[in-house]
Design a protein around this ligand. Structure first.
Ligand code: SF4
Length: 298
């Protein structure tokens, strides 16, 4: 969030970031908690809604931009990240949030992850991971556990699940965290920290699908599986230790910041700005170029 100076003198509350649109998520869906955490985090940051763009792909979770007062784009399946990158580079002053589900983000959108990370675009990527396709009525998703019986795997899945935390750490993301609506204060803090991180930030949220999700992913069950990384004394500046903990994905829910780069590298947007300034400094004056092609002017 390198360029996010709080210029407004107005104080915002979470309700300033909630639109009048009533969410059509199933009652009890974890995504309600994510919406609350995002709006509370935005209120803490205090940027006015018109300075925020919220981009999503397709899926239940991708409805979230419409429930906020930020500029929103419920875009194309799996393509939220490239669209968000374009928006951020075209208007670097915007605070850009991106939302996906596990299907949208890690299946059709999986190929974009490595590239947004290596470019280090200053975005906050929030994935509502429920290990199932909810919108299309309960098929296997990339994070579904092996053996899971679903509408599309009635004999049990034969596939190993994707580990989103390990992927992002291995790609080199500067901020990697995991939260859950079972810990609303913790989740709000994580979203705020992700937004404030000056570069690409990834937050995996264990947001249960109450309609099609497995019993083990529901909030009541989650509470027994949560391990707070701060309470464990985890050093969030140690990427290798974070990768070790990330291997527990699917068994326990590590809650908190896995990794935060203590010396964040320059974001792609800032590099572009520097390159532009350098080119301008060495550019020949327009009049000089005109003379090269029309000597009569000289
Ligand atoms: Fe949420 Fe699942 Fe309902 Fe979709 S189907 S709104 S993910 S509970």
């Amino acid at each position: 969030m390198s360029n996010l100076s709080p210029v407004s003198i107005k104080t915002f509350t979470a309700s300033d970031y909630k639109s009048d649109l009533k969410p059509i998520w199933c009652p009890g869906c974890g995504d309600f908690g994510v919406l609350t955490a995002v709006t509370r985090a935005l209120a803490s940051i205090g940027r006015p809604p018109h300075e925020i763009a919220f981009i999503s792909g397709i899926g239940c979770s991708s409805r979230i931009p419409g429930y906020t007062t930020a500029y929103g784009f419920n875009s194309v399946h799996g393509r939220s990240l490239p669209i968000a990158q374009g928006i951020k580079l075209a208007n670097p002053e915007l605070l850009v949030l991106v939302a996906s589900g596990d299907g949208d983000g890690f299946s059709i959108g999986g190929g974009h992850l490595a590239h947004v990370v290596r470019r280090n675009i200053d975005l906050t990527y929030i994935v509502m991971d429920n290990q199932i396709y909810g919108l299309t009525k309960g098929q296997l998703s990339p994070t579904s556990p092996k053996g899971l019986k679903t509408a599309s795997s009635n004999q049990g899945s034969l596939e190993e699940p994707v580990n989103p935390l390990l992927y992002m750490l291995a790609y080199g993301a500067g901020f990697v965290a995991q939260g859950t609506p079972a810990d609303m204060n913790g989740l709000t803090k994580l979203v705020e920290e992700g937004i404030r991180y000056p570069g690409f930030a990834f937050i995996n949220i264990q947001s249960p699908c109450i309609t099609y999700g497995q019993a083990e992913t529901q909030l009541k069950v989650q509470k027994d599986k949560i391990r707070n990384l701060t309470d464990m004394g985890h050093d969030a500046t140690d990427r290798l230790k974070a990768m070790g903990l990330a291997q527990d994905y699917g068994t326990v829910i590590h809650n908190g910041v896995f990794y935060r780069n203590p010396t964040p590298p320059q974001s792609y947007g800032d590099k572009v700005k520097d390159r532009h300034a350098a080119l301008q400094a060495t550019a020949r004056p327009r009049q000089e170029i005109l003379k090269m092609f029309t000597p009569s002017l000289g």
